[in-house]
Design a protein around this ligand. Structure first.
Ligand code: GUN
Ligand code: FE
Length: 425
């Protein structure tokens, strides 16, 4: 049989955001990278096949980070006393300039990708930099690592420093070049990436929307992240109904699959629009605290039925890996609930769902071990002293809160075991 994989261990995943599915001491069968089923014993038809036995370890779906900046990885934890716009001007843009140097880009992007694999982020939606050649390097590095990603060249033709701002034509031309080069890749694919409304002229936004429609490509950007940013957008786009409308009117908001990071300060019209256009809104709690942006009203959005994923927003967020984002999302939701009892704090199952199946649905069937899903998985080793004392769910909670890349002993993408990696912190 082609590409049969049988894995034994304790499987935990969230079919819905309400609760964990827990399968203790079971055998998961994957064929050609797709989950066939989970069984108490190896079914007769697979008898004789080799079993990869992970003993008492936990096996969970790989994490899906719906928003981060690869070109900012080296800056993690730097400039953390600044507000968003100062942080971008004083630190971030200078670092992003370096990615025009392809030797630097290869080195820095390799560190980034190794850390991502180490942390179990097996699918992600990534901003590269405005350099077309630098972004091409990121595609190549990620392809070599064997993880899934959408990668965007960052489009900017105004209101940024000259050294990373392109002409409208050059920005569109570079985007088109990368689309044509990578659009048929199986794992690492292009995504249209206007940095945010202030960085883009209407002409550039219109051109990008056209490309999204023409090539049927997804879109990612930032939306309503920070009060100063929102005010700036209002002054730049005086005739726009609201921030979301700038993307909407240029075919960059739900006309194709869309990700908007942050979406903290949406007004009522924008909330209705989000329901209608159905973007993925990405909660990036660490970043929102670090650069003093605010708190996404996650419970309100979930109650409305909006799609919410999680993002590290490296380097607004200071740590790679979604353990951090899951914990911080819960902590923030508890603070919010102190002031409003109706807004129930997020549960472990809810944030885990966002970090796996919820965000994963942007990629298709990943983030769960239901039949028909891609077998993207992490094998977690915790302290064997606690393994006897706690339930499997408690052990997973403990990994989320206190664990990190050192607890992940194996990673699978579409049934393929990734090679071991050495990562930097
Ligand atoms: N808005 C525009 N650019 C950025 C960025 O690089 N990071 C964050 N967090 N917000 C942005
Ligand atoms: Fe961001």
């Amino acid at each position: 049989m082609s590409n049969l994989l049988i894995v034994k261990g304790h499987f935990l995943y969230t079919k819905t955001a309400e609760k964990f599915e827990v399968h203790k001491d079971m055998f998961l069968v994957s064929i050609d990278g797709i989950v066939e089923g989970i069984y108490p014993t190896v079914p007769d038809r697979f008898k004789g096949a080799q079993v990869q036995d992970y003993g008492d370890r936990l096996i969970i779906p790989g994490f899906v980070d719906l928003h981060l900046h690869a070109s900012q990885f080296l800056q993690c934890g730097v400039g953390m006393t600044k507000q968003l716009l100062d942080w971008l001007n004083d630190y971030t843009f200078d670092l992003e300039r370096e990615f025009q140097n392809l030797e630097f880009a290869r080195k820095a992007y390799s560190c980034f990708a190794d850390k991502m694999v180490a942390c179990g982020t097996l699918r992600s939606c990534i901003f590269a930099s405005s350099s077309t050649a630098g972004t091409e390097v990121l595609f190549d590095v990620l392809k070599e690592k064997g993880i899934g990603a959408y990668v965007g060249k960052v489009n900017m033709d105004q209101n940024g420093p000259d050294f990373i701002t392109e002409t409208t034509e050059k920005s569109l031309e570079g985007t088109k070049y990368l689309i044509n080069k990578f659009k048929d890749e199986p794992l690492v694919k292009p995504i249209i990436t206007p940095r945010f409304a202030p960085s883009c002229s209407t002409e550039l936004l219109r051109g990008l929307g056209k490309l999204a429609l023409e090539y049927q490509l997804p879109v990612q950007s930032h939306l309503s992240e920070n009060i100063d940013e929102v005010k700036w957008v209002q002054s730049l786009f005086e005739s726009a109904k609201n921030y979301s409308d700038i993307y909407l009117t240029n075919n960059l908001y739900g006309q194709t699959k869309t990700i908007m990071a942050h979406a903290i300060y949406l007004d009522d019209d924008e909330k209705k629009l989000a329901l209608k256009m159905d973007p993925f809104l990405v909660h990036c709690p660490d970043s929102n605290i670090n650069v003093r942006s605010g708190i996404m009203p996650v419970r309100e959005y979930l109650n409305m039925g909006l799609k919410i994923g999680l993002g590290s927003d490296i380097a607004g967020g200071h740590k790679m890996g979604l353990n951090e984002a899951m914990v911080r999302a819960i902590q923030l939701s508890k603070l919010v609930a102190l002031n409003d009892e109706e807004l129930q704090p997020l549960t472990i199952a809810e944030v885990f769902y966002m970090a796996t199946k919820g965000g994963g649905s942007f990629f298709g069937k990943t983030g769960s071990f239901e039949k028909g899903f891609l077998f993207d998985a992490l094998v977690i080793e915790d302290d064997n002293m606690i393994a006897e004392m706690y339930s499997l769910e408690d052990r997973l909670e403990k990994f989320i809160y206190t664990g990190d890349d050192r607890n992940i002993i194996a990673r699978y993408v579409e049934g393929k075991c990734l090679s071991p990696i050495a990562s930097r912190t």
